[in-house]
Ligand binder design. Structure first.
Ligand code: C2O
Ligand code: CU
Ligand code: CU
Length: 489
């Protein structure tokens, strides 16, 4: 029987019947971890690195219940890992083969709004969209996923997502594990429900109104995954690719690992910790040390008591999941210590901020507004820095994600941010009545008519309208009008 995690167990008994829910969250690690292939690319006559991505329908057999209808890019589930280096120009030919409109957003990427792949860059069935831009940001683990207004959760849940790794001179010069698929591993964590025919079942968290909480974990699309490790150290690029669930990753034996990077790049120095919490859309790069012959289990732990935003309140379980088993070989190739210094991060100066804005995330609104594709909520002046303060007054889980920029967290509830929030971020989980102040620089890419999005990254909330739009304008310029929408829902 397919072994399931406990996450949605109580919902499971409400909404569908599965017999195999394992109430301790333990999993039989019986399947080798799938590694998304590195996307092929070519250099065109303009010197651009060109990728091809085709969103398509397919089937994937995840377990013994038979084939699940899925969507994927260039395959049946998820997509290849795109990879490019700072300074390169890239172009992606996105072909829509899923038979209904979709889009592809480059989450975490600094790029012109018209290339961003948000709801204004809808790709019609059968059409090709070819955004191009210059990579101009630090080495990082970014990702891509659909972003059509009102459809994001469903499209991602079907399987459309992939990683986009950026390299730069700094990352190339560091003694970090870097052999993709060998000691440098993408770990895309998603929770899913299956109905009795093996189909993905939304099993929506109706009572909590937070979207899908699945009872089965997939890692890179693999149920019960293990990874053979042949080196003393392995780098895991963790991506929470789930639609609603927040994880708190750690190891079953509570060993420490080195957190080396967050959403938008490497930290200034590794932070040794035993836990890292990731809400939907967030990433963390960690380096784990293993001993010859051992098996080390990556787990997601229930969060601390007293915090209101966590899944177990909605899933009715204790929310413990086994995620991935690392199987260390009997003899391991040596790997250097993680360097003490990683990447320089220039701190943005709050005194230089041209504006301070406040955002209240409540219900399905931001600042009492529902998303309107025809409304620009505000304009930011090109080449300025802004401070944004985000508050969540209610007990529902919300996060905050902003397009175009990587930001720095200035404070959480008035205090210095914890070490895991001191690097570049594009998505952050909010806790009730603990305002988060962030600072970001909007360096370039002015376009008064084409907005960027900011939103809750619980995809159900995003689809429900917990999203807004801003434009970047030249000094003194007025915001224009977003493209006329034939894509309102
Ligand atoms: Cu990952 Cu606006 O999204
Ligand atoms: Cu994004
Ligand atoms: Cu939310």
């Amino acid at each position: 029987v397919l072994l399931l995690c406990t996450g949605g167990a109580s919902f499971g008994t409400w909404f569908w019947t599965r017999s195999a829910v394992n109430t301790t969250g333990e999993v039989d690690f019986v399947n080798p971890l799938a590694i998304p292939p590195l996307a092929e690319s070519r250099i065109d006559d303009k010197g651009r690195r060109v990728f091809d991505l085709r969103a398509q329908t397919g089937h994937r057999t995840f377990g013994p219940d038979g084939a699940t209808p899925t969507w994927g890019y260039n395959g049946d589930y998820l997509g290849p890992t795109l990879r490019a280096t700072r300074g390169e120009q890239v172009m992606v030919n996105v072909v829509n083969g899923v038979g209904e409109p979709t889009s592809v957003h480059w989450h975490g990427m600094h790029l012109p709004a018209a290339m961003d792949g948000g709801p204004h860059q809808m790709v019609r069935p059968g059409a090709t969209w070819s955004p191009h831009w210059t990579i101009n940001q630090p080495a990082a683990s970014l990702w891509y996923h659909p972003h059509l207004h009102g459809e994001t959760e469903r499209h991602v849940y079907r399987g459309l997502a992939g990683m986009f790794i950026l390299d730069d001179e700094v990352s190339a010069g560091l003694a970090l594990p870097r052999r993709y698929g060998v000691d440098d591993i993408p770990v895309i964590v998603q929770d899913r429900n299956f109905d009795s025919d093996g189909r993905f079942d939304a099993g929506r968290g109706l009572f909590g109104g937070i979207g899908v909480l699945g009872d089965t974990l997939l890692v890179n699309g693999t149920v019960g995954p293990y990874l053979e490790v042949g080196t003393e150290r392995v780098r895991l690029r963790l991506l929470n690719g789930s639609t609603a669930r927040t994880y708190q990753f750690g190891f079953a034996d509570n060993r420490d690992f080195a957190l080396i990077g967050t959403d938008g790049g490497l930290l200034t120095a590794p932070y040794r910790t035993g836990r890292i919490r990731l809400s939907p859309g967030e990433r963390a790069e960690i380096v784990v040390t293993v001993r010859a012959g051992e098996r080390a289990v990556l787990r997601s732990y229930p969060p601390e008591q007293g915090l209101d935003f966590f899944n177990q309140r909605f899933s009715g379980s204790d929310d413990r999941f086994d995620v991935l088993e690392l199987r260390a070989a009997a003899t391991l190739a040596p790997a250097p210590e993680v360097p003490d210094r990683l990447a320089p991060i220039e701190r943005l100066d709050p005194a230089s901020a041209a504006a301070t804005r406040t955002f209240t995330m409540a219900g399905h609104d931001i600042n009492d507004h529902d998303m309107d594709l025809g409304r620009i909520d505000f304009a930011v002046t090109r080449d300025t820095t802004e401070i944004w303060e985000i508050t969540k007054p209610d007990g529902s889980p919300h996060s905050f994600h902003v397009h175009d920029v990587q930001f720095q967290v200035l404070s959480v509830a008035g205090r210095e941010p914890p070490p895991e929030l001191r690097g570049w971020k594009d998505t952050v989980l909010l806790e009730r009545q603990r305002p988060i102040r962030i600072i970001a620089r909007f360096a370039d890419h002015a376009d008064p008519n084409m907005p960027y999005m900011y939103h809750c990254h619980l995809l159900y909330h995003e689809d429900q309208g917990m999203m807004g739009q801003f434009v970047v304008v030249e000094p003194g310029q007025q915001p224009g009008r977003p493209p006329a929408g034939d894509h309102h829902h």
